[in-house]
Design a protein around this ligand. Sequence first.
Ligand SMILES: [Fe+2]
Length: 278
Amino acid sequence: MQDFDKEYVKPSRADGAFSILQLTDTHLFADLNTGFLGINTAGSLQAVIDAVLRQNRKFDLIIATGDIAQDYSEQSYINFAKMMHDSFSQPVFWLPGNHDDGPKMARVFPTVGVSAAKNVIVDKWQFVLLNTQVYNAPFGWITPEELNYLRQCLDNHPELYTVVCLHHNAYRVNSAWLDQHELRNKEELLELISHYPKVKLVLCGHVHQETDFVRDGIRFISSPATSIQFEPLSFNFGLDSKGPGWRYITFTPDGGISTDVYRLPFESFRPDFAIGGY
Ligand SMILES: [Fe+2]
């Protein structure tokens, strides 16, 4: 079980509202020049960072929703931390994806100034960052320990609105190949959070595409990767002709959520469409 570790972030606006930047599926390598399905992932992440800096929007923290690495290397995590610290002063929080080495991340990130906190509290909101990784498998599974951790966070702070963050999608995206890789025991997560009306949002990565819908009063959001994009509604593996992206989400003290997705021009990072899978 994870340590019951908390971090408190002060909202930057006087009215208690605050924003996060979600970056996901960076798929970095130890070697910054390595390509992934035809694009240089360190280059696309840096281009996303540069675009975020140009936007000059206020945000209070960054959440990286997994697949930070593609090669499971210690150096890929050091690269990620350096790229974040070189450009942003906001705290960065993370959770592992199926392409990550979770224990290695937990060991490396604190040595390079990235918090390991999995319960982040900002004014009237808390974020709970869960591990849904299954060693050596692309699909997700939430263990009883992680569910207990979530339940503990919810029970300890019944007054807080809650965002559940995880890598794997807890819903189908209607792409047969990708839906095999969903959170396979999603019903256990959904059953738990159905008892906690303060859970407002389930935020994920993994699907390399934008989704956003409300079910039973809970909003479910995924975001474009900073690397390659998967084609929505595709039976077989397919790459999408959209650029790397990022998302801002703003939270208000009365439980409100608003969000925007941005993308780089597709021409800037064009994957190799001849590749039939990964
Ligand atoms: Fe990914």
